[in-house]
Design a protein around this ligand. Structure first.
Ligand SMILES: [Zn+2]
Length: 508
């Protein structure tokens, strides 16, 4: 069976970056898609928080209606069906890879690999969890790494990718990569691995509706904007400027190559949608010379050092690690772990080591207590002590100094549509918002649009002959019979979370 509908998400992709690259012929797959379909500026809302906007895209509804309103929300907070819930049927399987807020993974015919904002490595079906485990697995002990890679090879990891993984191990061992180079290498490799595995899953599961989401375009834009557009920022050493000037264009080229590989699995009958949740611009804080310390907790080392391996699993959320207990863990044991982590102390700065919070689904979110105090410290001099032991600070923390958030979200993202029923048009559509994606896709798949959706069908993107053959239909709602879980009481977003999001450019 063929793919009937494909959505490719490029987080943070923006026309201001894309246009010059199109002119230079550096994004051939995107160029072809645009030539054969229509495109638009996809207007988002502010603050453009990734989990909230991607959920709006997938539902056609505003946050207060779909229920995902906070940065750390999971799919348990959803109050409505998403497009794949609407489309899924025994003869219409679904394949989701990396779409934000798909944890816990829905039990749909097909496969679901959650990504950002997951609390654990669950996948659907469960035996695919090694794909999630690969994410932190490249830092795991050797035996674990090798078993993960062996499994990945059975699931489509290409020999070329394996060579790149080996090269990465070797390089990070032999010499210290600069923080920026490390950042680039790691994320390029991650995309390569994910794409190999995704394409293999599509061949295995033959989804009718499928999505592939990548966030390299977003991550590179936050970090390297000042090299792309240096003017508003304090001057950089010319060598550094030259070295990273092409980092963002490179991320877009990778995204375009990924798009090209995915498109090879589609045909003339596939409805294709490429989009982003927001765009980018130079940080308004440019000129203030920001430089943040962003230590990253080494999850494996934390578990080992405090004797938690086997008892909890963890995932990274940027600077947080989120620890999930086994189902049979007693509340007393959890409390003991919380107390233990809270007792860990950094004597040189006279502060606790960890900020530990329990979230409303029983996981522990753990991060460095006060990242700011490490700004001008020699980390090699710091120690970590707790009642039963001590270790070096850098045993538990991967120092990352150089992350300068110089690009911040701008509400204008991108949309490209191509396929049966879509017009071919060189000029952009005049009006399109993140609310309109689902209604438009439903119309193009000849499904009724729900009256309780907040967006509209972008009829100017649709061939009039198609509209005549398949007139727009509506139904009241797709949420009939939707079983809602009790949601936790409304709670304030913790100040630390807000600070972190601000530092990342997510909020003002
Ligand atoms: Zn972002």
């Amino acid at each position: 069976m063929r793919i009937r509908c494909l959505i490719v998400g490029w987080d943070g992709a923006t026309w201001t970056v894309i246009r010059p690259l199109l002119e230079q012929g550096r994004l051939p797959n995107l160029a072809r898609l645009m030539r054969e379909g229509v495109h638009a500026t996809l207007r988002s809302f502010e603050p453009s928080l990734t989990p909230i906007v991607w959920t709006t895209i997938a539902t056609g509804k505003r946050p207060e209606k779909h229920g995902v309103t906070r940065f750390f929300d999971t799919a348990t907070g959803l109050r409505t069906r998403r497009i794949w819930d609407i489309l899924a049927a025994p003869d219409r399987s679904i394949g989701l890879f990396g779409w934000p807020v798909t944890w816990p993974p829905p039990q749909l015919p097909g496969f679901v690999i959650p990504s950002l904002f997951e609390r654990a490595n669950d996948t659907h079906p469960p035996h695919l969890r090694f794909i999630r485990e690969m994410e932190s697995g490249l830092q795991a002990p050797w035996g674990r790494r090798i078993s993960l890679i062996a499994k990945a090879m059975r699931y489509g990891l290409r020999p070329g990718t394996l060579v790149h993984i080996a090269g990465y191990f070797l390089q990070s061992r032999l010499r210290r990569l600069r923080a920026n180079d490390h950042f680039i290498r790691q994320r390029v490799l991650k995309l390569e691995i994910q794409l190999d595995l995704y394409l293999n899953l599509v061949r295995r599961y033959q989804p009718w509706f499928t999505t592939f989401y990548l966030n390299q375009t977003d991550a590179f834009s936050h970090r390297f904007w000042r090299y792309l557009e240096p003017e508003p920022f304090p001057p950089l050493p010319p060598e550094e400027l030259t070295r990273y000037r092409d980092a963002i264009p490179y991320a877009y080229e990778l995204a375009d190559r990924a798009l090209g590989r995915i498109l090879r699995l589609t045909d003339e009958e596939t409805l294709i949608c490429l989009l982003s949740d927001h765009g980018f611009e130079a940080s308004h804080k440019a000129g203030q010379g920001m430089q943040d310390f962003r230590g990253r907790l080494k999850g494996e080392a934390v578990l080992r050092t405090f004797g938690l391996d086997g008892e909890v699993s963890y995932v990274h959320h940027r600077r947080w690690i989120v620890l999930s207990f086994r189902r049979d863990a007693s509340p007393e044991r959890k409390e003991a772990v919380i107390q233990k982590l809270r007792s860990v102390y950094v004597p040189e700065i006279d502060m606790p080591m960890f900020d530990v919070k329990e979230d409303n689904i029983g996981s522990l979110a753990v991060k460095l207590y006060g990242a700011r105090v490490f700004d001008n410290r020699d980390l090699d001099e710091l120690t970590v002590v707790w009642p039963e032991g001590r270790c070096r600070f850098t045993d538990l923390v991967q120092p990352e100094y150089d992350l300068k958030v110089s690009g911040i979200h701008h509400p204008d993202g991108i949309l490209v549509l191509k396929g049966p029923g879509v017009v071919r048009r060189a000029e952009p559509l005049s009006e399109a918002t993140v609310l309109d994606v689902v209604p438009t896709l439903l119309a193009l798949l000849d499904f009724p649009v729900a009256e309780d959706m907040d967006g509209r069908v972008l009829t100017e993107a649709i061939d009039p002959a198609y509209l005549q053959a398949y007139p727009l239909r509506t139904i009241e709602t797709y949420d009939e019979g939707l079983a809602l879980e009790e949601t936790a009481e409304e709670e304030e977003v913790p100040q630390e979370v807000m600070d972190r999001l601000r530092a990342l450019g997510y909020v003002d």
